[in-house]
Design a protein around this ligand. Structure first.
Ligand SMILES: [Zn+2]
Length: 412
């Protein structure tokens, strides 16, 4: 790879210490150093050194250059001391000493600069340096050094890509904003929960199948603890509702955004990690009409004012009655067909199921010391990825978590 080695420079023994001789020998030494550094920095092809092995070899040559010139034991600087400075007659000592110091500084500086330039060539500016020399060779070592030494304002700048909000976080923030505008505040809670907050206080009976390890990720080695104290990764953001009611008396109006975990294998529609937003409103005189009005408004804010909602009977342990909410299909306008065929987004039904909701089960109030005879309220929950998938037309939930910048850049 490296050019054919020329006979290496050796420090000549000085017998004549005249200024003229000292000057000539110094010039030879400087030229030899420059030539060695030029050889080190020479790029053989316009494409630069592409392979790690080539760079490794280049760095070994760089280390050899440093050893050869400045190593304390038998480096050229040390030889200058032994062969020029020490044998100098006393009347020439100061002149030779001055020369020696000059050369020593020069050698150290040049070796350091060569190393810095090699470093820069290997990293980000390799292309820029090669472009400035279309023949693929450095015209001169000095010229190459000007990359490291000065600032050439005519070169194109280094572009730093702008970051953007992740589509899941963006959707979550939009959703939170809708409810903030309705007077809701934001509450958060821990991702590692106890069975009590994740299940028991939400009216899940002790043998409810959601506790099954097929659905829930439990912490290991907790068999000795009572069921309600066992730790798990929360499977929904509903525990935050319990924690909020424990510390707050009605009226309560909160939304709880956050990350949740299920024991699901990842595929196009499932992920072991996803995000939810839940909402809770508790006060006197809250009815199912308030729930319907609130969610209808929220869906119109998210998907446009032409979107319609409908409520379907459903079941959740912590709400009674419970409902699934469907919105009119945003792809076909609720018609069930588009482009002359059935709409595949709503399976030609004209409706898309989006979230679950219901009136808070009076049993839940018992866990948080609310008087179920005096207060009532509603709760709702939705998957953030599900909404983001609809909003941005994404066909694989895994794209949100792969961290592929090409995907994320589309949302910048
Ligand atoms: Zn449709």
């Amino acid at each position: 790879m490296s050019p054919k080695k020329q006979s290496a420079y050796a420090v000549p023994k000085l017998t004549n210490f005249s200024a003229k001789t000292l000057g000539a020998r110094s010039t030879e030494l400087r030229a030899a150093l420059e030539e060695e550094i030029r050889r080190l920095l020479l790029i053989q092809t316009a494409g630069g050194l592409e392979h790690d092995a080539e760079w490794k070899q280049r760095w070994e040559e760089c280390k050899a250059l440093r050893d050869r010139w400045v190593a304390r034991k038998n480096g050229i600087v040390t030889q200058l001391k032994d062969l020029w400075l020490n044998p100098a007659p006393s009347d020439k000592k100061s002149e030779v000493g001055r020369r020696f110091n000059e050369l020593k500084t020069h050698i150290e500086e040049e070796v350091n600069r060569a190393q810095a330039l090699l470093q820069r060539m290997e990293t980000d500016d390799q292309n820029a340096i090669i472009e400035s020399d279309p023949s693929g060779h450095f015209g001169s070592y000095d010229e190459a050094l000007k990359s490291t030494q000065g600032l050439d304002i005519t070169l194109p700048g280094i572009r730093h890509p702008l970051g953007a909000e992740h589509p899941v976080i963006k959707t979550m923030n939009e959703m939170v904003r809708v409810f903030r505008n309705l007077g809701y505040s934001v509450e958060e809670g821990p991702e590692i929960e106890t069975d009590y907050y994740n299940f028991e206080a939400l009216n899940f009976p002790p043998n409810h199948p959601a506790r099954d390890t097929q659905d829930t990720l439990f912490m290991a080695n907790q068999e000795s603890k009572p069921l309600r104290d066992r730790l798990l990764l929360r499977t929904h953001t509903s525990p935050v509702q319990i924690r909020t009611m424990e510390k707050m008396k009605p009226p309560v109006r909160v939304v709880c955004p956050g990350k949740v975990h299920r024991n699901d294998a990842p595929d196009a529609t499932h992920s072991p990690i996803f995000h939810q937003i839940e909402g809770l409103a508790v006060d006197t005189n809250i009815t199912f009409c308030d729930l319907k009005g609130t969610l209808d408004h929220a869906m119109k804010e998210m998907f446009g004012s032409s979107v319609r909602t409908r409520f379907y009977p459903s079941f959740f342990p912590f709400t009674e009655p419970s409902a699934d909410v469907q919105i009119s299909c945003i792809f076909c306008g609720g018609r069930g067909y588009r482009d002359g065929g059935p709409c595949r987004n709503c399976k030609a039904s004209g409706w898309i199921e989006l979230l679950g909701c219901g009136m808070v089960d009076p049993n839940v109030y018992g866990f948080v010391d609310y008087d179920a005879k005096k207060v009532g309220g509603f709760a709702f929950g939705m998957g953030v990825e599900r909404i983001a998938i609809l909003k941005y037309g994404v066909d694989d939930i895994q794209l949100f978590f792969n961290g592929d910048v090409r995907f994320l850049e589309q949302f910048a």
